[in-house]
Design a protein around this ligand. Structure first.
Ligand code: GLA
Length: 382
């Protein structure tokens, strides 16, 4: 049932699997990061918005832990205290363990999950799951946690238990998104500002699947930490990489190994681009916003080296066919490209991108239009 809304799917899955009605439900969205890539673990700003595609979790009381997902077939028993086993239920275990520390976990639960967030496309299906699960399971334990607290539970579940050293962007937007807005989240200061974002966005999936835990991402984090140390050793006492003043870059080029310098330059220039993008968006200056997206893509391609050939082709093609801007979104090394363009140019743009992509890769890339949607919700039991 690929077109059944995830809410209906999760609720019928719950009833069919556990022969009873769920007691609680919650849902949370996937996200697109407009700009601000690999800045969230470097103290910089990010500007994501939530997708209308969501993950829905229904749960009811049980003396043990069991979960079923519309994607994975049979119900699976899991024990939250076990070490991660590389299964999707690791994310649930992570949530349960963090909630337990807060005395906000039930004794056990029967859980049913369904999702319309594409997996492996850099659209944050894991944060949609952990955020929705944290809300549903804490409700089952009769606790009312704020959206911020839920985001923190989900962040800790992923970093401390599952072992992906991500930043906080995905969990924060999944919990705190507002429909029709992007969220300027300054990860260093912890401040948040909703910026109206009324545009339709074209998404083109590269079809290249990335595995966040597979190493590239964690390797970049290490390089950023080493670069920070080298910056401090060069006599610039910053808290985080995003705080390095742009005018110090020339001097630092001599002091840092070449690859580390490129990572630093990406973070510093991306930080400036993201703040300017939020201002351009607020002013309705889509031409400027688009130019910043193109620059951001060049920076992850050349300096952060986290793009892939398919994404570079889509971005180049979008530029040729009249887009305002385009860039690979999410962690990188595959995933999806976001494209901004005037509404009356969309049809021609899509046709041009599909033509160019097919000529190079002999397949039509999955593509769809979307717009900024809302965040975490408690779902009524049907
Ligand atoms: C992943 C992580 C985020 C962020 C992005 C890159 O989505 O989960 O925290 O670091 O990559 O911007």
């Amino acid at each position: 049932m690929p077109n059944t809304p995830p809410k209906r799917l999760a609720s019928s899955l719950y009833t069919a699997t556990y022969a009873s009605r769920a007691a609680v439900g919650a849902s949370a969205p996937g996200r697109v990061n407009l700009i601000g890539e690999h800045t969230d673990y470097n103290g910089g700003p990010v500007l994501p918005f939530a997708l209308p595609r969501r993950t829905v979790v229904f749960a009811g009381p049980a003396p043990h832990w069991v979960a079923v997902s519309s994607r994975n077939g049979a119900p699976t028993r899991f024990e939250p205290d076990d070490a991660p086993v590389g299964a999707w239920t690791d994310y649930l275990s992570g949530v349960v363990r963090v909630l337990r520390e807060m005395r906000a976990a039930p004794e056990g639960a029967s859980i049913a999950v369904a999702s319309s967030v594409p997996q492996g496309t850099g659209l944050s299906s894991s944060a949609a799951l952990t955020v929705a699960a944290a809300r549903a399971l804490s409700r089952l334990a009769r606790r009312q946690l704020s959206g911020d607290a839920i985001a923190e539970v989900a962040y800790r579940a992923e970093t401390e238990i599952v072992g992906v050293r991500c930043g906080r962007m995905d969990q924060v937007i999944a919990a705190g998104a507002r429909s029709g807005h992007a969220l300027l989240f300054e990860t260093g200061a912890g401040t948040m500002e909703q910026v109206p974002f009324p545009l339709r966005v074209l998404m083109v999936e590269t079809g290249v699947t990335r595995h966040l835990a597979a190493g590239d991402y964690n390797l970049r984090r290490e390089e950023c930490e080493e670069a920070l140390q080298a910056v401090r050793d060069a006599g610039i006492p910053v808290e985080a990489l995003a705080d390095v003043p742009a005018q110090e870059l020339t001097k630092l080029e001599q002091a840092l190994p070449a690859a580390h310098f490129r990572r630093l330059r990406h973070v510093v220039t991306e930080t400036a681009r993201t703040r300017e993008a939020a201002a351009a968006l607020a002013a309705g200056d889509y031409l400027r916003l688009g130019a910043l997206l193109f620059d951001g893509h060049a920076s992850i391609r050349d300096d952060f080296e986290s793009s892939c050939a398919e994404a570079d082709l889509v971005v180049g093609s979008a530029r040729t066919h009249g887009a305002w801007g385009a860039r690979l979104t999410g962690a990188g090394w595959g995933g999806a490209v976001l494209i901004l363009a005037p509404a009356d140019r969309m049809a021609r743009l899509k046709a041009g991108i599909v033509r160019d992509f097919r000529a190079a890769y002999r397949r039509v890339p999955v593509h769809w239009e979307t717009r900024a949607a809302g965040g975490l919700k408690t779902e009524p039991i049907p």
